[in-house]
Design a protein around this ligand. Structure first.
Ligand code: PMP
Length: 306
């Protein structure tokens, strides 16, 4: 494989050379915001398509605004930096992109103000995120952090200790993925995914006020459900026991894509395998992200010249 390049301190450098010092503020206090973006290789067109690139960088800007990180690059500049990193790395396969805007000052002191900021964009291969046909899930004992504790709609590095605690708890108990309840006891989301249930043909997902990350895949799946499957879509609070009696249940995320859920808390969900509507949404999703459905080609940024 060709050398992978990262954007680091204003330049493109081999990934192995993109290193930060141990006193870096973000390393000490979790004061960074990040994105996870997928690029998909389209073999027929010999093209690499980055899915929802602009939306990811718009969210990065929002996260920076919340965490008071001064991001010097516009959304357009960030998109260009990303495409350039992929071209320099000669990427002609599926790839994962990890931008982080972070407090880069090598100064101690817990605060947000008066600390230098910087940006890195790294790329790395990533296969399937949840390695199961129909995931076995468990409600974690750790609750999803509340917006009054730390702003969970910003994708803040430090907040991911919440997800890591939940994920390891359930994986080490033999499950595939964790589901977190929020402080009210309602369903919030997975450790790195938004959550959906289907009941009587209606697609239901926790509202943005349920301490979820406002997922880009979540938005797109709601659009596919409405426009292509003609399903009603409802954003509202979901109770834990509703999960058990749902007809179908799945998770969405850039890394997780659409991951069907077959079991929650040792109760089969629906048939216990991939439900029919989930399967349909997955087919639509896979065609769209790889640039095969031209109706959604505006969601896909081509990296190589046409
Ligand atoms: N929730 C959490 C906690 C996440 O980390 C992610 C992954 N970014 C998601 C939801 C899904 O968001 P997206 O579809 O934008 O990747």
């Amino acid at each position: 494989m060709a050398t992978l390049y990262a954007f680091f301190k204003g330049n493109f450098v081999p990934l192995a050379e993109a290193k930060i010092g141990v006193l870096t503020h973000a390393f000490n206090y979790g004061t960074g915001v990040f994105e996870g973006i997928r690029a998909y290789w389209n073999q027929d067109e010999q093209q690499l398509y980055v899915f929802k690139l602009r939306e990811h960088y718009a969210r990065l800007h929002d996260s920076c605004h919340i965490l008071r990180i001064g991001l010097r690059y516009s959304v357009d500049e960030l998109c260009n930096i990303t495409s350039e990193a992929l071209r320099r790395s000669e990427v002609r396969s599926d790839m994962y992109i990890r931008p982080i805007a972070y407090k880069s000052g090598e100064v101690l002191g817990v605060r947000l103000h008066n600390v230098e900021d910087d940006l890195t964009v790294a790329i790395t291969p990533m296969g399937k995120y949840v390695d199961a046909d129909a995931a076995r899930c468990k409600i974690a004992t750790w609750r999803r952090m509340d917006d009054s504790v730390a702003p969970v709609r910003a994708k803040i590095t430090g907040i991911y200790v919440n997800s890591a605690l939940a994920k390891s708890e359930v994986v080490e108990d033999g499950y595939d993925e964790a589901i977190l309840l929020n402080g009210d006891g309602h369903v919030s989301e997975g450790s790195g995914e938004n959550l959906f249930i289907i009941r009587d043909g209606v697609l239901i997902t926790p509202a943005v006020s349920e301490n979820i990350l406002e997922g880009i895949t979540r938005d797109f799946v709601m659009q596919l459900a409405k426009d292509e499957v003609k399903m009603p879509v409802v954003e509202r609070a979901i109770d834990r026991s509703e999960l058990y009696i749902a007809d179908e249940c799945f998770m969405t995320g850039t890394a997780a894509e659409i991951t069907p859920i077959g079991e929650i808390d040792r109760r089969k969900v629906g048939s216990g395998t991939v439900g029919p509507l989930t399967a349909r949404l997955r087919v639509l999703f896979d065609a769209a992200v790889r640039g095969r459905n031209k109706k959604y080609i505006s969601c896909c940024t081509p990296v190589w010249p046409k």
